[in-house]
Design a protein around this ligand. Structure first.
Ligand code: GLA
Length: 678
């Protein structure tokens, strides 16, 4: 179990370092990430490298038995680089330059940035490839974090090369992008520019390709550095730190390039539901590379600095959220950062060692957590869950385009589906729509607006081979070019499901949840316009009433069983929920998007129909603020709620080494129970 954090010794006089190491040992630190923002100190001028300080700190850490996650330091070019090559600076869609002075001031496709980064990484790896302290390599840092897309001329040139490789001939692109609309037809690739600010709606297929290109360009930075590290003979695993469901990078396509997944996660302690958002992120990280444990690379010990209000973590909350990561497959719990900075924009972000020192509650909790994690037995990788929730970046990008019947926050909606299952203590894997689904009893594939032929086939085959497939509104609308298919909407799935879709029937939307926050924020529909629109659609379904939001689709049944009917509004009396037997399985389609309560009821019905069991027997009685997570035969019980709770469970408390038949947890208490049958 890795325990530690980003360590930035370059921010401190050298006489502080021995104290750092002594306190790291006291806290049970096993691993630190070194060098993330040290480019300016490692290379004070082009062609000039200063290694001695890094040699010394690596030596001190190694002597203390602390492993190093060696960062490549390319995350932020130093002022000498941006002054010498100002052309490397990224640009916004309006053409504004993002100037140096904070961090990440580079265009990912800038030849100057890329050359300097290659030179730095080559020199760094040449020097340290055999250093015994290094246990892993950490490429760059949060690639794309602040610059979700660069619109510079470098990007324009690289985008054209990317498009040429994808389409071969410009006419293929014209067809895919539908450029005969609004006189957009290109005659050469050179005429194409990134979707910069323009008079009105950009070509949505072009925007989608630009997002794909941007993700690939960022990934290429990773691959370039990784290849240099490997070519130098490094044998340690290589990673870069992800940012959960980060909009600018399709981590499904990135994951195979990493030896293990690592993630940075900062749930808001002010939001009592944020632990559920964190649970989704952790399950996503586990699912990106299911056979290799991931590492929580960064979290805060307490308060951070970048929200309008930065509450401290409540007593015990740090350990509860750390246990959640381990329960959901992490083999490392790390922090940003070891010692709280004294200057700079993150000086209020609490480190493992807070500014107020070792007399603090945070320090005591950090030490206690290090001890507890150190005492855990070696954990098996998590087993495959029985329920899969489909999440697809390509669909996210496409569904986020403008000019749709209604604006949908895909991430918030996926989180809403996840929450509904999480509240019922159902273990969930997150899957890509084209991945092998055969092991799952239930697959929920919500709102796959962009559905590839391969994904459609995969989902149908899954159902035909005995699966339970749950689909819902705004699915199978466009192909991978963001164009409609022939023969109307639901063109690939409709004939199989025995339905066709006439129109989408947008409802007056509920207040949008912001991406990444709990979907609880979308509960409750308020009429936001004075117009005649309906704000929700009532549906009579097998489990009772359901309230739908956003869309009340007009679907027609040709050959399916109608299980639910709209009971209000313009769709009154029309089918709302259908089921279709396919092979030895079933597919269900809901023509609206349920509110929170509706989603909980619907997923409970789907779970029961598919015969899925909760994580432990009796989980139905466990409050939904308690997490029940199985990692193989090891069950993590974590109480995020305010009320003390007693949970019946037969097994052995692995920390106390005591048999138990029930466990009582106060707020933020957690236990790890081995439920291996005697
Ligand atoms: C990210 C970065 C860190 C730090 C934290 C602060 O995770 O990787 O360097 O800035 O944010 O929250």
């Amino acid at each position: 179990m890795h325990y530690g954090g980003d360590y930035n010794p370059e921010q401190w006089p050298e006489h502080v370092w021995p104290e750092d190491i002594r306190l790291m040992k006291e806290a049970g630190v096993t691993t630190v990430t070194l060098g993330v923002f040290a480019w300016a100190r490692i290379q004070p001028a082009e062609g000039v490298f200063e290694w001695e300080w890094l040699d010394r700190i690596l030596g001190l850490l190694h002597a203390a038995g602390i492993g190093v996650d060696m960062a490549t330091a390319t995350a932020s070019p130093p002022p000498w680089a941006t002054s010498a090559y100002p052309d490397m600076l990224p640009r916004t869609a309006d053409g504004a330059i993002l100037w140096p002075g904070s961090r990440q001031a580079y265009a990912p496709t800038s030849p100057e940035y890329r050359r300097l980064a290659r030179e730095l990484v080559t020199a760094l790896v040449d020097r340290y490839v055999d250093h015994p302290a290094i246990v892993m390599w950490h490429v760059n840092n949060e690639l794309g974090c602040h610059v979700h897309a660069d619109y510079s001329d470098h990007a324009a040139r690289a985008f054209r090369v990317w498009l040429q490789a994808k389409y071969g001939h410009i006419d293929e692109l014209n067809t895919a992008w539908g450029t005969d609309f609004w006189s957009q037809r290109y005659t050469t690739f050179d005429q194409i520019v990134p979707p910069r600010s323009m008079p009105y709606s950009p070509n949505s297929s072009g925007v989608l390709d630009f997002k794909r290109f941007t993700s690939d360009a960022l990934l290429d930075l990773y691959k370039t550095e990784r290849d240099i590290i490997r070519a130098a003979g490094a044998t340690q695993p290589i990673t870069t730190n992800f940012m959960g469901a980060f909009p600018a990078a399709d981590y499904w396509s990135w994951a195979p390039e990493l030896d293990f997944i690592s993630d940075d996660n900062y749930p808001d302690p002010n939001d009592p539901e944020s632990f559920r958002g964190a649970a989704f992120t952790r399950d996503l990280m586990r699912s990106l590379k299911p056979d290799v444990p991931w590492i929580l690379m960064e979290q805060a010990s307490s308060a951070i600095n970048w929200r309008p209000t930065n509450a401290p973590k409540a007593p015990g909350q740090l350990a509860a959220l750390s246990a959640q990561a381990v329960g959901r497959g992490a083999d490392g719990v790390m922090f940003f950062q070891w010692r709280q900075s004294r200057r700079g924009s993150e000086k209020f972000l609490t480190g493992m060692l807070p500014h107020s020192g070792t007399r603090t509650r945070v320090w005591r909790e950090v030490v206690e957590l290090g001890r507890t994690l150190g005492e855990l037995p070696k954990l098996e990788p998590s087993k495959r869950a029985n329920v899969a929730l489909v999440f697809d970046w390509q669909n996210w990008w496409a569904i986020s385009n403008r000019d749709h019947p209604v604006e949908l926050d895909y991430l918030a909606l996926v989180q809403r589906w996840y929450d509904a299952l999480h509240r019922q203590h159902i273990q969930i894997d997150i899957v890509h729509p084209e991945h092998d689904l055969s092991a799952y009893q239930l697959v929920i594939a919500p709102h796959l607006y962009l559905l590839t032929d391969a994904a459609a086939t995969n989902l149908v085959e899954y159902a035909e081979q005995g699966g339970h497939l749950l689909l819902s509104a705004f699915t199978d609308v466009v192909d991978e070019t963001d164009g409609f298919r022939e023969h109307g909407y639901l063109a690939t799935l409709g004939p199989t499901l025995g339905i066709w879709l006439e129109e989408y029937g947008a409802l007056v939307p509920p207040p949008q949840a912001s991406a990444g926050t709990s979907a609880g924020d979308t509960a409750g529909t308020l009429r936001t316009s004075g117009g005649p629109g309906e704000d929700s659609a009532a549906v009579a379904a097998p489990w009772g009433e359901l309230r739908g939001e956003y869309l009340a689709e007009v679907i027609h049944v040709t050959d399916a069983d109608i299980l639910g009917t709209f009971t209000s509004g313009r769709n009154q009396g029309l089918p709302a929920f259908i089921t279709k037997s396919l092979g030895t399985g079933q597919a269900h389609y809901l023509a609206t998007i349920p509110d929170d309560a509706g989603m909980t009821a619907l997923t409970a019905w789907a779970v029961a129909t598919a015969g899925v069991e909760a994580t432990i027997p009796g989980a139905a009685q466990v409050p939904d603020t308690v997490e029940v997570i199985a990692r193989g035969e090891i069950v993590f019980l974590i109480n995020h709620g305010a009320a003390a709770t007693t949970i019946p469970i037969e097994g052995v408390d692995v920390t106390a080494d005591q048999p138990v038949s029930q466990v009582t947890l106060e707020q933020f208490e957690w236990r790890v129970i081995d439920v291996t049958p005697a």
